[in-house]
Every structure is written in C-alpha cells, then in structure tokens.
Design a protein around this ligand. Structure first.
Ligand code: COA
Length: 260
C-alpha cells in the first residue's frame, strides 16, 4: 500500500494508520478522504491485520476537519456528494469487521471528530480538543456528526456541541463519554496499542460479533436487539474458539484462539 498522505505500519497484527498532512493539521481534503477509503478497504482485506489504530501526524492535530479550501468551492450537488463520499469512507472504518481505535493526539474538529466517532474506541491525549464547529462556518456537519454524536454522548450534550460549535478539552470529552480514556501525549500510542492487544487476546469471532451487535442493535428496538444478541450467542456456540475459551478457563491457562 502506497499513499501520498497516509503512513501505514503493521506490527504484531496491528496496523497504525497515520493521516500525514501535518502542515494543514491533517485536514481531510478530497485526496485524503479517497486515500483513507482505499486504506480502510485494503486493511479490511489484509489477513495479517487484526486491528487498526488511527492517528494524526505531528504533535498538534488528529484531524482539524474537512479541508475548508475544498468546502469553499462547493455547490449544492457537489456539497451533497462530498458528504456522501466522506460518510462512505467513515463507514468503511466502522464496518471493517476488525477493531478500530482512534488515538486522538490533538485537534479533532469537524470531520476529525466525526472520523474518531466512526472508530470503535477513542483514546485521547491530554492536549486533544474536540468539537463540531461547522455552524460557525455557516454549514452543517456532513460526515455523520449529527447522527453519531447523539448516539455516543446523548442528545443534550450533542446538541450543545453541535449548536454552539464549542471546542472541548480531553477531560470534558471523557466526562461526557466521547472518549473512554485520557493519557499523556507521549503515552498515547502505547496506550492504544495496549488496549488493542487486550482486545486481540480475546476470541476474534466474539469480538467481531460484539461490534456488530452493538452497532446494529442501536438501530433496533430492545426486543429486536435482544434477538440479535441471542443469534450471536448461538453462533459463537458453534465455534472452536468457544470450546477453547471455556476449556482454557477450566484448565486455568490462557486461551489460544484461532478465530474459528
Ligand atoms: N482546512 C484547511 N486547512 C486547515 C484546516 C482545515 N480544516 N485547519 C487548519 N488548517 C490549516 C491552516 O489554514 C494553516 O494553514 P497555513 O499555514 O497554510 O495558513 C495550518 O493548517 C495551521 O493552522 P493554524 O490555523 O495556523 O493553526 P492554529 O494553531 O492557529 O489553529 C485551529 C488551530 C485548529 C484552531 C485552526 O486551524 C482552525 O480553527 N481550523 C479549522 C477548524 C474547523 O473549523 N474545522 C471544521 C471544518 S468543517
């Protein structure tokens, strides 16, 4: 994989994907969006990759939003298409079938906050800042902000951020549940790697099904969601991993899962 604006390093089954446009605070121009989409599809298809950590280059920014230069040129039809194109890229991460952790190392504004929200887990460095400032530019969020933010932090907190355009720090993001951990900046990638290692030591089929059950379940009634959960529970009962996981517990040893 060779991308002009992305860096990809794979180690021990974990791909670290870095948006590499630090002079523009890693803003998502059309080229970066296209490359991220291609990278997500390639990482999904790569059997040696079991999980992905997404971060931004440089000490200041995860991603400071969609590229405002690109937005300034758009009309009604290409504006709508830009939103759909960006949404599809985010969805490729969300539905990758492998855990994706956003290691948010600085500004995560607009499309940056939206991309972090499409990841399954968000871990922030102490200098991280989050916000959906679109209304300040006279636009609405286009990469899922109005939809994922209320699902993650609740309607009240989401409307507060979406309507004021306010930027919040990492500790406030932790308080409202937008991120699950805050760590010093120099420990961020190590922490994300540790969390990923913990996830990857678990049953791979179970991990995949949990991600699916949570995402699909949130769009269902409780009754339907419980049915979905029961289906997943039945499905894992047919796996070798379940036999191994239960046996390992009874034999007081670590399980060796094979994803089957
Ligand atoms: N799109 C395009 N370029 C961006 C950008 C964006 N979303 N965010 C930052 N940049 C560029 C700046 O234009 C500047 O480029 P230049 O050096 O060629 O002038 C460079 O990145 C550095 O940004 P700068 O504004 O000088 O850094 P700062 O530390 O003073 O401020 C921010 C940081 C994040 C507060 C500020 O850049 C900002 O408000 N960015 C826009 C955030 C936003 O509204 N995002 C949502 C878009 S929908």
């Amino acid at each position: 994989m060779n991308f002009t604006h992305l860096l990809i390093a794979v180690k021990d089954g974990v791909a670290t994907l870095t948006v590499n446009r630090p002079d523009k605070l890693n803003a998502l121009d059309d080229q970066v969006v296209a490359q991220l989409h291609q990278a997500a599809l390639a990482l999904r298809a790569a059997p040696e990759v079991r999980g992905v950590i997404l971060t931004g280059a440089g000490p200041k920014a995860f991603i400071a939003g969609a590229d405002i230069g690109d937005l300034a040129k758009q009309g009604v039809l290409d504006g709508r298409q830009r939103a759909l194109t960006g949404q599809a890229m985010l969805r490729a991460f969300e539905t990758m079938g492998k855990p994706v952790i956003a290691a948010v190392n600085g500004y995560a504004l607009g499309g940056g906050c939206e991309l972090a929200m499409a990841c399954h887990i968000r871990i922030a460095s102490e200098n991280a800042k989050f916000g959906q400032p679109e209304v300040k530019l006279g636009i609405t969020p286009g990469y899922g902000g109005t939809q994922r933010l209320p699902r993650i932090v609740g309607k009240g907190n989401a409307l507060h951020l979406l309507l004021t355009g306010e930027t919040i720090d990492a500790h406030e993001a932790l308080r409202i549940g937008l991120v699950s951990k805050v760590v010093p900046q120099d420990k961020l990638l190590a922490e994300a790697e540790q969390v990923m290692k913990t996830i990857l030591a678990n049953g791979p089929v179970a991990v995949k099904l949990v991600i699916e059950a949570v995402h699909r379940g949130l769009e269902m009634t409780l009754e339907e969601g419980l049915e979905l959960e029961a289906d997943a529970f039945g499905l894992v009962a047919a796996t070798e991993d379940m036999q191994e996981g239960l046996k390992a517990f009874l034999e007081k040893r670590a399980a060796k899962f094979r994803g089957k």
